[in-house]
Structure formats: C-alpha cells, structure tokens
Design a protein around this ligand. Structure first.
Ligand code: ATP
Length: 253
C-alpha cells in the first residue's frame, strides 16, 4: 500500500536456538496509531529494537518512508524521522526541563547553526519558541525551570515525550508509555497522547494496558511466539477467539 509509512516484511531474528521473531509482517499506515500487543516474550521489544537499529534482523526487510532501515545506525534512523520513547526515561537529570527539551531541538537543527551569527540568533529564538509551545502542550510549562532529578516519574515521562516531539518525528515509537503508572497518571497520559494526535504523527505503541490500547489505537497487531497472529480494529481484536487463546493465563482483554 502506498500510504504505509512503515513496512515490515518477513522479519526473523534468532537468539541462539530461540526464534524471537519468525516471519513478522506488519504495515503501519501514515498518520495512524498502531498498537502491538501480545503476551510476555512474544517478541514485541525485539521487533521495536529492529526498527531503531539496536537489533539487526537475520532476514526480511524493514522499509520506512520509502527507504530501507536495515544497515543504518540508531542515530541515522533517528535522523530519518523515527523517535522512540523508552521504557526508562533517557533524560539529563542535572538540567532543567527547558534545557532538556532544547537539546534535541538544537540537535535537529544542527546544520543551520553553522551559517552565520544572525541566522543562529533567529534559529535559537525559533527553537526556544517551539520548545515553549511543546512544554505548554504537555502541561510542563510551570515546571520549565525545575531540575529534572527532582521531578516525579510521571512528569519525567511527559518530559521525555516532549523531547521526542520537539524533533518533529515522522514516526513515534512508544514503548509501554504507561508502565508502572497509577491509574490516574495512566489516564492523564492517554489524554496527552490523544492531544498530540492532532499533530498527525504516526505512532506505534507497545502496551500491556488494554484500556490504553483500546482508547488510542486504530489498528492492533497481536504477536505471539515471535509472529503476528492477528490484526484488526480494537473491536475485531476484542472479539477474536485466537487472541483470547494467545492470552490465556496472561493479561485479559
Ligand atoms: N538479547 C537477547 N538474548 C537472548 N534472548 C533474548 C534477547 N532479547 C529477547 N530475548 C528473548 O526473545 C523472546 C522475545 O522477547 P521480547 O523481549 O522481544 O518479548 P516481549 O514481547 O517484548 O516481552 P515483554 O512483554 O515481556 O517485554 C523472549 O523469549 C526473550 O527471552
């Protein structure tokens, strides 16, 4: 399909004798919110690692925005427009909230800073305005001068989301965005993710919390034992016997 921003085809990965990924086929539509769910050990994180260059598949292809991702470093993949929100926030604890958001914003505009002093000043102002806008969107404006180490876990996760958004990714990978959160924080995160949906960024979400999955995703792919066993709308997935079976003994849909 021409409107797929990401196409994963026939991807396989072995760890010793274990087939962590086995002929994975998955397409993500431009602008959609696509969830990948599945019981523990299904291969979700391994697949995500293949998308960001941390793991190289043994076979198959991964195409993003018209080009192959395979053989590229995590940095190159990030530059190509894929940003990942990690399970563990990767932030600079000694710096303020604003400084943390400015770092990836400047990194994105890297080349522009070498032109001349005037262009640099203009760029700096534009970058700051963009950072301010995103902090406001993510309800972090009041905390802009706070040192990150002193923030709550939920606030740190929001900050990390801000740090991803300021890079203007074409594809945002969310790796269990609500892991370890209270129900209230989870609901806030869902609201925030809905709010940023207006930006039209394609999102792939790995998530165990079915409430989150069914509130956000338009398409759900279900993985089990290293492969995609079902795909459909949240309603189709909820009604699928095959999916219920894959989850027996695990999470309930
Ligand atoms: N680096 C590795 N070396 C060896 N085996 C690995 C490695 N990474 C993952 N595995 C194995 O590959 C399989 C898939 O793991 P993966 O972490 O991708 O599953 P998952 O669906 O993300 O699970 P969870 O929901 O528990 O995070 C598991 O059996 C896991 O033990």
């Amino acid at each position: 399909m021409t409107n797929d921003i990401l196409s994963i085809s026939g991807v396989g990965k072995r760890f010793g004798g274990l087939r962590a990924l086995d002929d994975v086929n998955l397409n993500v539509r431009q602008g959609s919110v696509h969830a990948i769910i599945g019981p523990n050990g299904a291969g979700k994180s391994t697949l995500l690692n293949c998308l960001v260059g941390r793991i190289i598949p043994d076979e198959g292809s991964v195409t993003f925005d018209g080009g192959s991702l395979l053989g590229h470093s995590p940095h190159q993949i990030n530059q190509a427009g894929i940003a990942r929100v990690f399970q563990t926030p990767e932030i600079f604890g000694e710096l303020s909230v604003m400084e943390n958001v400015m770092i990836p914003a400047f990194a994105r505009k890297d080349g522009a800073f070498r032109i001349n002093a005037w262009a640099r000043a203009r760029e700096r102002r534009a970058v700051r305005e963009e950072a301010e806008h995103i902090l406001d969107d993510l309800n972090l404006w009041e905390q802009r001068d706070q040192i990150v180490n002193s923030m709550s876990r939920g606030d740190k996760r929001r900050l990390e989301l801000a740090m991803c958004l300021v890079q203007h990714p074409k594809l945002l990978l969310l790796d269990e965005p609500t892991a370890g959160m209270s129900r209230a924080d989870t609901n806030n995160t869902v609201d925030l993710l809905k709010k940023i949906a207006e930006r039209g960024i394609t999102k792939v979400i790995i998530e165990h919390d079915m409430h989150v999955v069914f509130s956000l995703a338009e398409t759900v792919s279900v993985m089990a034992q290293g492969t995609v066993i079902a795909e459909g709308t949240p309603e189709q997935i909820k009604a699928s016997d095959k999916v219920q079976e894959a989850y027996l003994g695990g999470a309930h849909l």
